[in-house]
Design a protein around this ligand. Structure first.
Ligand code: NAD
Length: 538
């Protein structure tokens, strides 16, 4: 028998009022579900299926480690095939009623949901620091950037409004946006709250039901978000959380009930999911890896530029898909690199709950080892190590996956440290003579996620914005992640699919357009003669 915590009990069609429940802490929730583990053992993360937090019957558990200590803080199940089927059936069943919910009810729930997330910001951030390692302030930013998508989803009546035109006398053509059905989301480890929130709130607001798979490395924030969704009155089956790794992903790619897949993560997994999901006839949007270049023009504001560059390269330990991991110094600005080293050296490395910490640990010992290898490859291939963070050790946290800010200069495009995404607090610096050379370099890179230019010249900025091939462009803004009234875009190797995440494009991804042409001629009420001619709409 599975152990079940029943949080949602209202019928699927009754949700005009929101029953607020008393908050349950995540640790308490997880412990209350853990039937096999004694109190001193790590809690087992439940599945969330049909409004119930269910302990998996699997024998295959994945450990979640605190990256600052290696302590096992939770266990995540590889959900069994039966459990995955149950989640899919729950979503398919809930869709029958959820799709008929009035748009105002869905809007109302998004209002309640955003308020609950705001109220539980600290709890969410604590879970993120514990499982992912980023600093507490940065973890709150992670929640906030996701919360903004929920806030934008409160505009769902406007966002899904159709079009209508009288195309001939008494004949109307109108288009309406309809939900797809069951949609799935597959998330990476680096934004445990923001990225699930890029996916399911908008999908649900559009009238879909969802199967969300958080990263098996930090599922805690998604579980809190699921609990808050239940508190906001989102009915049973509309949001389901399934866990696991490749087996769960394969299920989501193959399940005939799943109509669309949103994926954010690495190239390898993303291409695989895009190919497998598309081959099964599903709509897929996949945000992949990145190598974001920051171009430093000699006329830029030196102080502003160097501060922005250091923050954007080393913040979140470089584990942001929009981290500025590559600096391109144009002309005389190459001399600023010494100052950059001083700023980077001043950043404090430590565990995320320490209020002074600027740079937390990377996600795993394997990630740390890979990053060390890439730094060494740069040195071996002739780059110069201006700042080496590899020897850093944090008192009391000696087992943590820490790496201090590291700067490699004199990097050339053929080097491995330039070719591969490093995803750690490592900045590679290249030098070019002109803006045209910088553009050529960036546009030849296989990724096209984000980029930024630092300059005091509007003309230079305009030329850069026009000629650079990247999804997000910052002008004196280092991490130009668009607010959710826009969409998060991507070019070349950083994105697969046609419709981007959130904003109007996100709404298009989660809906189908149906176009109806109707003729209601008053005089026909008395006429019974059929016309065999092709309607010409005149
Ligand atoms: P990842 O690809 O390892 O994992 C992402 C998801 O895919 C997880 O849920 C995981 O279970 C699943 N997965 C992993 N390997 C798989 C496989 N072989 N087959 C099927 N499924 C698999 O990514 P990650 O390490 O968690 O996240 C970091 C990556 O995500 C970086 O490359 C980063 O650039 C990228 N990212 C991109 C964006 C963006 O918007 N472009 C945003 C955030 C992160």
């Amino acid at each position: 028998m599975s152990s079940v915590l029943r949080l949602t009990r209202q019928g699927a069609t009754r949700y005009p009022t929101v029953a607020r429940r008393s908050p349950v802490s995540q640790a308490h929730l997880l412990r209350s579900l853990s039937t096999t583990a004694p109190a001193n053992e790590p809690p087992k993360t439940p599945l969330y299926i049909n409004g119930e937090f269910i302990q998996s019957r699997t024998k295959d558990w994945i450990e979640v480690h605190n990256p600052a200590t290696q302590e096992v803080v939770a266990l995540v199940p590889q959900a069994t095939p039966d459990e995955l089927q149950e989640a899919s059936r729950s979503a398919a069943h809930a869709f029958k009623t959820w799709r008929k919910t009035s748009v105002l009810s869905r809007q109302r729930m998004m209002f309640d949901y955003q308020a609950l997330i705001r109220d539980h910001m600290d709890e969410l951030a604590r879970s993120i620091v514990t499982e992912q390692g980023k600093t507490f302030v940065d973890a709150k930013g992670d929640v906030l950037r996701g919360l903004q998508v929920v806030e934008a989803a409160t505009s769902i009546p406007d966002l899904t409004m159709g079009q209508r035109l009288e195309v001939a006398k008494d004949m109307d053509t109108y288009s309406i946006r309809e939900p797809l059905g069951v949609v799935a989301g597959i998330c990476p480890f680096n934004f445990p709250a923001m990225i699930p929130l890029w996916m399911f709130p908008l999908a649900i607001a559009c009238g879909n039901t969802t199967l969300i798979k958080p990263s098996e490395r930090d599922p805690g924030a998604t579980m809190i978000l699921a609990r808050l969704a239940a508190e906001a009155g989102i009915p049973a089956g509309v949001l389901n959380v399934v866990h696991g790794s490749v087996n769960t992903v394969n299920f989501l790619c193959d399940d005939p009930a799943v109509r669309a897949i949103s994926f954010v993560g690495s190239d390898h997994a993303g291409k695989y999911i895009y190919d497998r999901g598309s081959a099964n006839g599903k709509r897929v949007q996949a945000n992949l890896g990145a190598k974001n270049h920051g171009v430093i023009m000699p006329d830029a504001d030196r102080n502003h530029t160097l501060n922005q560059l250091a923050g954007a390269a080393f913040g979140a330990a470089g584990q942001r898909c929009m981290a500025l991991s590559t600096a391109v110094f144009v002309g005389d600005s190459r001399e600023w690199q010494t100052d950059l080293v001083e700023r980077a050296r001043a950043l404090k490395v430590g565990q995320g709950f320490d209020a002074d910490t600027d740079v937390g640990p990377v996600i795993s010992p394997q990630a740390l080892e890979r990053i060390h290898g890439l730094i060494q490859s740069g040195v071996d291939e002739g780059a110069e190590l201006l700042l080496d963070g590899r020897q850093v050790s944090i008192q009391g946290y000696e087992r943590g996956n820490f790496l201090g800010p590291t700067i490699l200069t004199k990097v050339r495009p053929e080097m491995r440290c330039y070719q591969e995404e490093i995803f750690g607090p490592v900045l590679v610096c290249l030098e070019v003579k002109t803006l045209d050379e910088a553009l050529e370099l960036i546009n030849a890179n296989r990724y096209g996620n984000g980029t930024a230019i630092f300059t005091r010249s509007g003309a230079t900025a305009r030329k850069f914005q026009q000629e650079v091939d990247a999804g997000q462009v910052g002008i004196n803004v280092p991490i130009p992640v668009p607010l959710p009234m826009f969409s998060f875009t991507g070019s070349r190797g950083s994105f697969l699919g046609d419709l981007n995440f959130y904003g109007r494009s996100g709404v298009s991804f989660y809906t189908n357009i149906k176009t109806i042409t109707s003729l209601w001629r008053a005089e026909d009420a008395d006429h019974t003669t059929a016309s065999v001619n092709m309607p010409t709409m005149h």
